[in-house]
Design a protein around this ligand. Sequence first.
Ligand code: FES
Ligand code: FES
Length: 168
Amino acid sequence: MNKELIRLKVNGEVHEVAVPPHKLLLDVLREDLGLTGAKRGCDDSSCGCCAVLVDSVAILSCVAIASCYQDAEIVTVEGIAPPGTLDPVQEGYALAGGAQCGYCTPGFLICTKALLARHPHPTLEEIRVALSSNLCRCTGYMQIYESVQLAIERAQAREAAKPAPVGR
Ligand code: FES
Ligand code: FES
């Protein structure tokens, strides 16, 4: 099969890979770049397990053609915090029990990051709506919503702990 060389910026690193023209972003991430955080939970864009950030917006990588994202900043769950650290969203899910099966969790983390980037203080209803495309097959949605609320608190605490800017 013909292949084309594409260039993708993922988690801050530029990768060049030779792939068939219509290879899906999810498959390039998992098979060519070894980033297996995003999962294939369905094959019809109905579960949210494969979500990644593209320019801070969550997209479903199982229905995205990789070559269309060559100018974008792609972030997978592996890249939401610097190595060896946790993002407040990861802390929230770990501490409030939102990371239950591990399979759907990357998609929830990515969609939560996208939500809080555009709306740092969502209400419970806004959280529900924002995560309504992510399926939790074990139905532990309350722990997931509580995890998002804890993530908001953790992010606020980090902000408050930052030293005040020094005036001129
Ligand atoms: S694997 Fe992409 S939405 Fe289910
Ligand atoms: S936590 Fe993954 S299916 Fe419920």
